[in-house]
Design a protein around this ligand. Structure first.
Ligand SMILES: Cc1cc2nc3c(=O)[nH]c(=O)nc-3n(C[C@H](O)[C@H](O)[C@H](O)COP(=O)(O)O)c2cc1C
Length: 194
């Protein structure tokens, strides 16, 4: 069983949820849990669940150039109380961010990689999606498949890696639209809030 955790606290329209659902489709199995729900219920139940998992996928948006605080809290709790209890468990990352440049996610995946080292888990690699809110927005437009081609390729690569319990290099990708177009669209959306 592949356990996927959405660390976004958005109750609806979470972009992380979108990418995790696409990944789950491609892997052909998986259970997506919300971190908000995990903390609301009981963390011990989650730990038991994790003990029976074949792999863990951490789905996390980039917050202030790092992991969201609630995701850090989860990793800290697991480290403090359950270090060494998941030997060689493959851990993967699916992350997205508001900025255009996917490379900004490098520190987030490094945090998870270092955590894996300390925990005795195996860091399996990650998918980092720049201009993350774009793919969920343009699902219904013509040429969507072409524009998101590289994201789907990245998701397929990660899905195959998870199925085989292998490791891969981090895959950095984004929707294939020019930066200026993305910035204009993002600002229009952003302006709605002010
Ligand atoms: C508190 C907060 C901090 C954020 N920090 C960054 C950031 O440092 N860099 C960035 O590119 N995007 C940042 N974003 C944008 C999110 O990464 C982006 O909107 C992502 O798609 C959110 O995923 P979600 O819908 O699953 O929560 C931030 C968003 C929030 C709410």
């Amino acid at each position: 069983m592949i356990l996927m955790v959405n660390c976004s606290y958005k109750s609806k329209e979470s972009n992380t949820q979108f990418y995790l659902e696409k990944l789950k489709e491609k892997v052909g199995e998986g259970e997506i849990l919300s971190l908000k729900q995990i903390f609301k219920n009981d963390i011990d139940g989650f730990v038991e669940h994790l003990k029976h998992a074949d792999a863990l996928v951490i789905g996390a948006p980039l917050y202030v150039d790092g992991l969201p605080a609630q995701a850090v809290k989860l990793l800290e709790l697991l480290y403090e109380n359950h270090r060494g209890e998941f030997p060689n468990l493959p851990v993967y990352v699916v992350s997205n961010l508001g900025f255009y440049e996917a490379k900004q996610i490098k520190h987030l995946v490094d945090i998870v990689r270092n955590w894996c080292l300390k925990m005795g888990c195996t860091y399996g690699g990650g998918l980092a999606v720049g201009a993350g809110p774009m793919a969920p927005c343009i699902q219904k437009i013509p040429f969507e498949k072409i524009l998101n081609k590289d994201i789907w390729r990245g998701l397929s690569t990660l899905a195959t890696t998870i199925q085989k319990k292998e490791t891969m290099e981090n895959y950095y990708t984004k929707t294939l639209i020019p930066r200026i177009v993305y910035l204009k669209a993002a600002h229009r959306n952003f302006d709605k809030y002010f």
